[in-house]
Design a protein around this ligand. Structure first.
Ligand SMILES: Cc1ncc(COP(=O)(O)O)c(C=O)c1O
Length: 312
């Protein structure tokens, strides 16, 4: 069996889904999902204001408009109460993101989406392993090298819908028809996953249990050594910490693999340069990411935690 097909089979089983479609990146998986739901010019798609920009970019690729909705301060995910009021007759899809390994309240979000007959695209790129038997219409994943199940690059969609599988497979491979006679009826994309990437992703999938054990140990060390530990995550990707905003730059400078958190998407220049939604702005100012790479040992984590403790 070709490696990309084997990955689709194994990942569908891993995620408790009927179908999986591999593709070239998590961003491509988002774009293909939106295209499969027919999102196009004039449509609106709800996107959390605090999440990876790929979610808004994929909407823009469709010439649709991302409508940014604020998030909850504890899960960093879409606030269901604000979601409900952001829906308009033009809303064609809702993108929900499990940011930094914390799961969104899917039951509340899916109940709202069902009431309005709007499909839900669940982005689990930062929460691989924590989503099982999803009730969303589509769940997207990334195999970028910093992810919990890494390759070099790569993406994947899981779904229960044969229609989504058909559309995603068609569009990701240049919209070739079954005769492969170069009579294209739609604009297609080259979003196929190379087999070399699938081989890497399969190896990471096999190593998943061991890697999760390592990441969980790293999380526990941070919990032990930080004076202000964070609540447990559903999946350990990075270890995000809440710090005073005036200490952020010093911490980032002191810890080589620490990273900034997201900027509110509505504050980015292509989306209006606004102030950002209030909770998203506050999270952006107070959160930063500490490394949780599987090569870290206890003394590394203790050292990082002590530096953070000393700077806050
Ligand atoms: C939440 C989220 N969505 C989408 C993406 C895009 O994935 P990729 O980098 O594989 O395009 C990422 C990661 O980069 C992500 O963290």
């Amino acid at each position: 069996m070709e490696p990309y097909k084997e990955l689709e089979e194994k990942y569908a089983a891993f995620a408790g889904s009927t179908h999986a479609v591999s593709c070239s990146s998590g961003t491509a998986a988002l774009h293909l999902s939106l295209l499969a739901f027919g999102v196009g010019a004039g449509d609106e798609v709800i996107v959390p204001d605090f999440c990876m920009a790929a979610c808004a970019f994929a909407v823009s690729y469709c010439n649709a408009t991302p409508v940014f909705v604020d998030v909850l301060p504890d899960t960093y995910a879409l606030d269901p109460a604000l979601l409900e009021v952001a829906i308009t007759p033009r809303t064609k899809a809702i993108i929900v993101v499990h940011t930094y390994g914390r799961l969104a309240d899917m039951d509340a979000i899916i109940a709202i989406a069902k009431r309005h007959s709007i499909p839900v695209i669940e982005d689990a790129c930062e929460a691989q392993g924590a989503v099982h038997a999803s009730k969303a219409d589509v769940t997207v994943y990334s195999f970028f090298r910093n992810k919990i199940i890494p390759a070099e690059e790569g993406g994947l969609i899981t779904t229960e819908s044969e229609h989504i599988v058909e559309r995603a497979n068609f569009l990701k491979s240049m919209a070739f028809n079954t005769e492969h006679d170069y009579f294209h009826t739609e604009i297609g994309y080259n979003y196929r996953m190379p087999d070399a990437e699938a081989v890497l992703a399969l190896a990471s999938l096999r190593a998943y249990e061991a890697n999760v054990a390592k990441r969980t140990a790293i999380e526990a060390w941070y919990d032990q050594y930080l004076t202000q530990p964070m609540p447990k995550r559903d999946a350990v990707w990075f270890y995000e910490v809440n710090v005073p905003s005036n200490a952020k730059e010093a911490i980032l400078a002191a810890i080589p693999r620490a990273r900034h958190s997201f900027k509110p998407l509505s504050s980015l220049p292509m989306y209006g340069s606004g102030a950002g939604k209030p909770v998203s702005r506050a999270l952006s100012e107070s959160l930063l990411l500490l490394p949780a790479w599987t090569d870290l040992i206890e003394s590394d984590v203790r050292d990082i935690a002590e530096r953070v403790n000393g700077l806050i």
